[in-house]
Design a protein around this ligand. Structure first.
Ligand code: H2U
Ligand code: ZN
Length: 341
């Protein structure tokens, strides 16, 4: 009899249509791979060499940060997408296809203190971060050439983060990026068929079943999604089918801040280290259309697998075929629940 805690199977990501291969029996496999030194959080409150600390000069040495007290946002000095691109496309026999892309990039500092993280900020400090996300989403989304505002954070050297100062980034652009395109199509199809959002039905099911729920408050829940690829991947889902930060009540904005502090603090307890991840907000597109299908959520993709030093690699079969995991989502949820306080 098929038992998905024991037998190999594939799980469907209902938000993207992608599949993940799950091989629970491989958890017993011995590990003889690479180990690294953990990155501990022993930073000073102010680092004279940090390009994000208040009053310091940025890379390049010409721009000086203000002596900011709360959050601080600036245009990325090295934008990957810029506003001043001439429109154009290129097509040769439908074989060589390209298209110009406009947008802009910003850097958002969460707090003047170099040594904080979301998990160690106070509720008031975290609410300022949530307010900054909302204001940036609205300001950038209002621009006619911006149809998607991607707010995200890379944390830890493992994720290519250049600086431990608590900060995130925003890349806002004309096209929907690929993950957004997929989530838009899947959420639209579901909403058209059922008249409810995909994530409201998914969340009710998960809250009934409980086995993948990590934590919740009145307005948000954190789960290991059934289709998680990364070992401790989570999704934060709004309990109400609200499409973006703009539609949230004051209480919801507070509760979002609270749940973000909770989950990031719990992550640091999984392997007793400053837990690396890529995190991103999935607000509705800002293309001027109504988006009743879009249900606000946040993804956390952390790379660690077995310890502070042993991470998951997306290589081999995963590059050639599809992602694969050994520890099940249910096991990871149980472990993360034990890390909550
Ligand atoms: P990470 O969050 O992944 O470390 O990226 C930091 C961003 O900050 C990166 O996109 C920008 C880089 O271009 N940056 C500046 O805009 N000014 C600086 O002085 C250094 C880094
Ligand atoms: Zn700093």
């Amino acid at each position: 009899m098929f038992d998905f805690q024991e037998h190999t199977h594939r799980r469907l990501n209902i938000l993207t249509g992608d599949w993940v291969l799950v091989s629970p029996h491989r958890m017993k496999r011995p590990w003889q791979g690479k180990t690294e030194t953990p990155s501990m959080n022993d930073r000073p409150a102010y680092d004279p060499k940090c390009y994000l600390c208040p009053g310091n000069f940025r890379a390049g040495g010409t721009v000086q940060n203000p002596d900011y007290k709360g959050t601080f946002v600036f245009d990325n000095d090295f934008m990957a997408i810029t506003p001043d691109i001439p429109e154009g496309d290129f097509n040769e026999e439908d074989l060589l296809v390209a298209k110009s892309e406009r947008g802009l990039c910003r850097v958002i500092c969460y707090n003047p203190r170099h040594d904080l993280t979301m998990g160690s900020m106070s509720a008031g400090e975290m609410r300022k971060v949530v307010d900054l996300w909302k204001a940036q989403y609205e300001e950038l989304g209002a621009k006619s050439f911006i149809n998607y505002v991607q707010i995200f954070e890379n944390k830890g050297q493992e994720m290519g983060c250049s600086n431990p100062h608590p900060h995130g980034q925003i890349w806002a652009q004309s096209s929907f990026p690929k993950e957004i395109e997929k989530e838009f199509e899947r959420q639209s199809a579901y909403f058209d068929a059922k008249g409810r959002t995909l994530l409201s039905d998914y969340l009710s099911l998960e809250l009934r079943r409980k086995e993948r729920v990590v934590c919740e408050n009145d307005n948000f829940a954190v789960l290991i999604p059934f289709w998680a690829v990364w070992p401790y991947e989570t999704i934060v889902i709004a309990k109400r089918p609200v499409s973006s930060l703009s539609g949230m009540t004051e209480q919801e904005l507070d509760d979002l801040g609270e749940i973000m502090r909770k989950i990031t603090a719990a992550y640091d307890r999984v392997f007793d280290c400053s837990f690396p991840y890529s995190m991103g907000l999935h607000n509705a597109p800002t293309d001027g259309k109504e988006h009743p299908e879009w249900h606000f959520h946040i993804h956390f993709y952390p790379p660690l697998l077995r310890s502070a030093t042993v991470k998951k690699f997306m290589v081999g079969y995963e590059m050639m075929g599809e992602p694969q995991r050994d520890i099940t989502a249910e096991y990871a949820a149980e472990k993360l629940r034990h890390c909550m306080v």
